[in-house]
Design a protein around this ligand. Structure first.
Ligand SMILES: CCCCC/C=C/C(=O)SCCNC(=O)CCNC(=O)[C@H](O)C(C)(C)COP(=O)(O)OP(=O)(O)OC[C@H]1O[C@@H](n2cnc3c(N)ncnc32)[C@H](O)[C@@H]1OP(=O)(O)O
Ligand SMILES: NC(=O)C1=CN([C@@H]2O[C@H](COP(=O)(O)OP(=O)(O)OC[C@H]3O[C@@H](n4cnc5c(N)ncnc54)[C@H](OP(=O)(O)O)[C@@H]3O)[C@@H](O)[C@H]2O)C=CC1
Length: 284
């Protein structure tokens, strides 16, 4: 699909890069010539992932453990990647925390856990690296992984909805403010892409997983490679005029939820025959 050197020698930090979609994006970026730094809380998970990724895809994967809720740890993480590679070209803000719950059952610590990882963590990473880019007089790029309910909102994941909306607001605001420094800011809003982290917390029963699938007009979940290829395209120099954009990749899921008559796709053909007799005026 792409030239094999599309991301050659680009130094890319992926938060939450040791599992799920972060890891899948990282593997694709390695195939396209990038140098990676993956970061998250669990050092052992990161080391194992990095070793497997380098064995399968080649290239270099540097690991730094860091809780993105801690601004000082974030600054140290960015410094350590910068010192290791001599620079950083791209930040993929992918780390997240989320779970389903009636909002009235949440403690303030539960709210803080999600807002801290998603909104504050994304902001801290962006700010720490943005300052370094500006000081060094060079541009850069951030790609923020949000969700489609960043703009619709969603019950039962309200801290995540509020946090992702904030990340989208930050993306669009900084796309304008930091364009003068040559910094591009974009986002991707995925629909359902099975990962252990998301499925354990958001679709923990077969019924809930099926419900998630039934909301997608294409009647399937996303392939990790589809998301990884979209991310690679957005990060490539060839996409250099895309700035402040959020691209949805969800098989039509959020529009299905928005359309008043979308549920009619479940009607069998015989029912349509009967309905058309009922709804056509007599004689027409
Ligand atoms: C199907 C389509 C998907 C669409 C959208 C997907 C969006 C995504 O974001 S998927 C990404 C999912 N991945 C993750 O969430 C991975 C990381 N998550 C975590 O580490 C935890 O789930 C975390 C967010 C809770 C953070 O962990 P930690 O900092 O260790 O927090 P604690 O375990 O200490 O909990 C803090 C606080 O939160 C309460 N809590 C935890 N889980 C739940 C829950 N399921 N329901 C209600 N409350 C919960 C916990 O009880 C603590 O509060 P207190 O008890 O008051 O101290
Ligand atoms: N999968 C899906 O269907 C969808 C996913 N998304 C988004 O895609 C992204 C990836 O999700 P997915 O791969 O499914 O989930 P995962 O649970 O696999 O990934 C989340 C990652 O974030 C890391 N992380 C969590 N908390 C912290 C923290 N405090 N500091 C640093 N890293 C942290 C985790 O590593 P560790 O535990 O080691 O810290 C983990 O690697 C997220 O932004 C999510 O919101 C959006 C819509 C749908």
């Amino acid at each position: 699909m792409f030239r094999s050197d599309l991301l050659k020698d680009k130094v890319i930090i992926i938060t939450g890069g040791g599992s799920g979609l972060g890891r899948s994006m990282g593997e694709r970026f390695l195939e396209l010539g990038a140098k990676l730094a993956i970061t998250s809380r669990n050092a052992e998970k990161l080391t194992n992932a990095a070793n497997e990724m380098m064995a399968e895809k080649g290239g270099e994967v540097f690991t730094v453990s860091c809780d993105v809720r801690d601004p000082e740890a974030v600054e140290q993480m960015i410094d350590s990647v910068w010192n290791h590679f001599g620079t950083v070209d791209i930040l993929v803000n992918n780390a997240a925390g989320n779970f389903i719950s009636p909002t009235e059952k949440l403690s303030h610590r539960a709210v803080d856990a999600v807002l801290g990882i998603v909104l504050h963590g994304t902001f801290y990473c962006t700010l720490a690296l943005g300052k370094k880019w500006i000081e060094a007089g060079r541009g850069g790029q951030c790609l923020n992984i949000v969700t489609t309910y960043a703009w619709t909102g969603s019950g039962f994941v309200v801290p995540s909805a509020a946090a992702k909306a904030g990340v989208l607001g930050m993306t669009r605001s900084l796309a304008v403010e930091w364009a003068r420094y040559g910094i591009r800011m974009n986002a991707i809003a995925p629909g359902p892409f099975p990962t252990q982290g998301a499925w354990e917390r958001l679709a923990p029963t077969p019924e809930l997983a099926e419900q998630a699938l039934n909301r997608v007009p294409l009647r399937r979940v996303g392939e990790h490679s589809e998301l990884a290829n979209l991310a690679a395209y957005m990060l490539a120099d060839e996409a250099g005029y895309i700035n402040g954009e959020c691209i949805t990749i969800d098989g039509g899921e959020w529009l299905y939820g928005a359309g008043q008559f979308s549920g009619l796709d479940r009607l069998p053909n015989e029912m349509w025959d009967m309905l058309s007799k009922m709804t056509k005026k007599s004689g027409s």
